[in-house]
Design a binder for this molecule. Structure first.
Ligand code: BGC
Length: 284
């Protein structure tokens, strides 16, 4: 059926015009007027759960982040309680309709956690989105932690405005990977777990392996990170690598040692990346 809108005749059933990136929105173009400008982000990490309201225009935390130690064991109920306490601490100042995003170190499909490499095994197949939403009495959007960090770096940080394939790698307890092509996130890319020389790559190349085995930056870079990033470079031909995780503060000690054709740069948002990305994805 047609409609008369002003003097222009438009078809109700006309298909939306595809965008240059094949119909999907580009993240760095997302600061449009009809979108929320504030959202709450909460990042669940191995040692701490951290949250803060985020200014989505600037990509900055609006208030100081509130951190509570990750409960041990990190069961869904125990973590939900901590997430609830952090969120509630901002409810006085947070707009009532502000979106809420939470990260988790595992695959997330339609709110359900599908892997639990470095968190309590009870997370497997747990509907984390529903659990958190019920605890908070507000809708919560759950995302993979590396995906959140990747989106934050792409929109506001080290990879801002970068076209082509950007690979963010967070080096921490495990290795988290975010794949973004022309600004579009391809979620849940678990490339930290590729098999390399007979090992799950993250067990040899994550920052935790460096600590556990007492490796120097040089040994870690040349013997562990080099084969890992060379392999990613070979199979994916990226345009840019961004390296995040706490150890990226010391990036000058190991990134210059890597021999790659692809530029490799440290993340910018450091501690804030997960919080900012979770908030940004919740508002999409
Ligand atoms: C998990 C990923 C996560 C990464 C970083 C890996 O062990 O499988 O989902 O992004 O650790 O936390």
């Amino acid at each position: 059926m047609g409609l008369i809108a002003g003097t222009t005749r438009v078809r109700e059933d006309a298909p939306a015009r595809p965008t240059p990136s094949g119909g999907a929105r580009r993240f760095e173009e997302d600061t449009v007027a009809d979108k929320p400008t504030v959202a709450l982000g909460i990042d669940i990490g191995g040692s701490g759960v951290k949250g803060a309201p985020v200014d989505l225009v600037k990509g900055e935390l609006i208030e100081e982040r509130y951190k509570i130690a990750t409960p041990q064991p990190s069961t869904p109920e125990a973590v939900a309680d901590v997430v609830g306490r952090i969120a509630e601490s901002f409810f006085d100042t947070l707009p009532a309709d502000a979106p809420i995003g939470v990260t988790i170190p595992g695959i997330v499909k339609r709110g359900i956690v599908k892997t639990a490499a470095n968190i309590d095994k009870q997370w497997m197949n747990c509907n984390g989105e529903q659990l958190f939403s019920e605890r908070l009495g507000r809708h919560v959007h759950l995302v993979n932690d590396a995906d959140a960090a990747g989106v934050a770096e792409l929109r506001y940080g080290a990879a801002k405005g970068q076209d082509g394939l950007v690979i963010l790698a967070t080096l921490g307890t495990g290795i988290g990977i975010a794949l973004m092509y022309d600004g579009v996130l391809i979620p849940n890319a678990e490339l930290g777990h590729i098999e390399l020389n007979g090992h799950d790559a993250e067990t040899r190349a994550a920052a935790s392996a460096k600590e556990r085995e007492g490796l120097s930056y040089e040994k870690w870079a040349t013997e562990r990170l080099q084969p890992y990033f060379s392999h990613l470079e070979f199979i994916l031909a990226p345009d840019l690598f961004v390296v995040g995780g706490g150890v990226s503060r010391k990036a000058h000690k190991f990134l210059p040692l890597l021999k790659l054709e692809t530029p490799i740069i440290p993340a910018k948002l450091l501690n804030g990346a997960g919080i900012i990305g979770a908030a940004a994805l919740a508002a999409d």
